[in-house]
Design a protein around this ligand. Structure first.
Ligand SMILES: *Cc1c(COP(=O)(O)O)cnc(C)c1O
Length: 427
């Protein structure tokens, strides 16, 4: 599939049936797999042979879908997880332990911010948050001798800041650590962070990849480009024997292309069990088959809605990276020239109270803690997903208290604009 276009990979990537085999990917709804001898199974446990033995670690349906996302992102190995949260956690915890430090963009999904700033801090991993638009000096000053990774979102949810991936990759690599990019909002259809120097890509597949609001899931893709052994002292988990796995040294045994995902599967998935179900992986694949078609429409609708809002005198401000007036437009043209995402944020004149009144008046667009669905929905983050943050933290994350996040679905944009218009008229 390597030489095919992204649209073709969306439809046919990851799975090539043989003669007489199912055209659609089979759902292998089985927890366990049968072997003739204990020796056969022993080889799998020892990672001497590849194969399946228990679906907490690996399942053929999940691997097929992971392989498709891997092809879309241009990676060397990938795994599915039970949620985007699990993907964010595994992506960092696979290479950072108690006593380690991570540099992260401050413009993050609320759940990721909480995971990093509160829960992983309790586990002994410390984060320094930097403004995605900080200077190179500020970025470099955030690193410490125990820094193990840099983390950021291609298009941040809900701040809609666009990360200068190449600049962050350069800083990470100058300090001998990988760049992890959460590519949920752009999707591999619009941006492939590995092409710009990212080493690891994560997804909440719950969003555009599923796209129909049916299954929660996550994915991690490794580029296979980070040379762990060249920085072996920083990554003992990959570069020294794992006594919990018969003394395997992942970076030696599986090389640059396979070490990271094999460790995350053999160790973290074994112990934490944040596994995707085969049924959900099947739904994800259905979403993937139309991802390229849907993204085009999500992006068109968002652009039309953003243009309408920009010209409305009832709107205080509009933020959409798709607008040429947006401060990130130059970065958009570099990293995602074909489109950004379906999400637009804005503030209505009258602040917090007007925001709530506006949302109540919407008829077609529903209030939901969700984005990237076929059905348009909106949310007031300061009152919902980000309510654990104080005003100062909200400002640092680029989320004003009056921000309304609108996720444009696949309806006709004229109907969306008409709904917004009547809700604004009610103010
Ligand atoms: C939703 C989201 C997550 C978390 O994903 P879940 O599937 O809800 O666990 C992580 N990152 C971003 C950018 C998201 O939008």
């Amino acid at each position: 599939m390597k030489d095919y276009k992204i649209e073709t990979k969306c439809v046919q990537g990851g799975y090539t049936p043989g003669n007489g085999e199912p055209r659609q990917i089979p759902i292998i709804q089985s927890t366990t797999f049968k072997y003739a001898t204990s020796e056969d199974m022993g080889k799998l446990f020892d990672l001497e042979a590849s194969g399946y033995f228990y679906s907490r670690l690996q399942n053929p349906t999940c691997d097929t879908v992971a392989a498709k996302i891997c092809e879309l992102e241009g990676g060397s190995a990938a795994m599915l997880l039970s949620s985007g949260q699990a993907a964010s956690f595994f992506s960092v915890f696979n290479i950072a332990s108690a006593g380690d430090h991570v540099v992260s963009s401050s413009a993050l999904y609320g759940g990721t911010y909480n995971l990093f700033a509160v829960t992983m801090k309790r586990m002994g991993v410390e984060f320094t948050f930097v403004d995605p638009d900080c200077s190179d000096d500020e970025l470099n000053a955030a690193f410490r001798p125990n820094t193990k990774a840099v983390f950021g979102e291609t298009i941040a949810n809900p701040a809609l800041t666009v990360l200068d991936i190449e600049r962050f990759a350069k800083a990470a690599h100058a300090h001998g650590v990988p760049l992890i990019i959460d590519n949920t909002f752009a999707t591999p259809v619009n941006c492939r962070p590995i092409e710009f120097g990212a080493d690891i890509v994560t997804h909440s597949t719950t969003k555009y990849i599923d796209g129909h609001g049916v299954s929660v899931g996550g994915c991690i893709v490794d580029s296979g480009k980070f040379d762990w052994m060249a920085h072996a002292e920083k990554f003992p988990g990959l570069c020294t024997p794992d006594e919990s796995y018969h003394g395997i040294t992942y970076a030696e045994k599986f090389g640059q292309a396979g070490a990271y995902i094999t460790k995350a599967t053999a160790q973290l998935m074994r112990d934490f069990g944040c596994t995707q179900s085969p049924q959900n992986a099947f739904y994800l694949n259905l979403g993937l088959e139309s991802l390229h078609v849907r993204m085009e429409r999500h992006c068109l609708n968002a652009k039309k809605v953003a243009e309408y809002l920009e010209n409305s005198d009832k709107i205080a401000w509009v933020n959409s990276p798709a607008l040429p007036s947006n401060k990130y437009y130059p970065l958009v043209q570099k990293y995602m020239p074909n489109g950004t995402c379906g999400v637009v944020s804005f503030g209505v004149k009258g602040g917090r109270a007007a925001a709530e009144k506006f949302m109540k008046a919407l008829k077609l667009i529903a209030i939901e803690t969700h984005v990237a669905d076929a059905r348009s929905c909106c949310l007031h983050p300061a009152n919902a997903t980000h309510r654990q943050m104080n005003d100062q933290e909200l400002a640092a994350a680029g989320i004003p208290a009056d921000l309304i996040r609108l996720s444009c679905g696949l309806e006709h944009y004229e109907d969306l604009i008409a709904d917004i218009e009547q809700a604004l008229a009610s103010l």
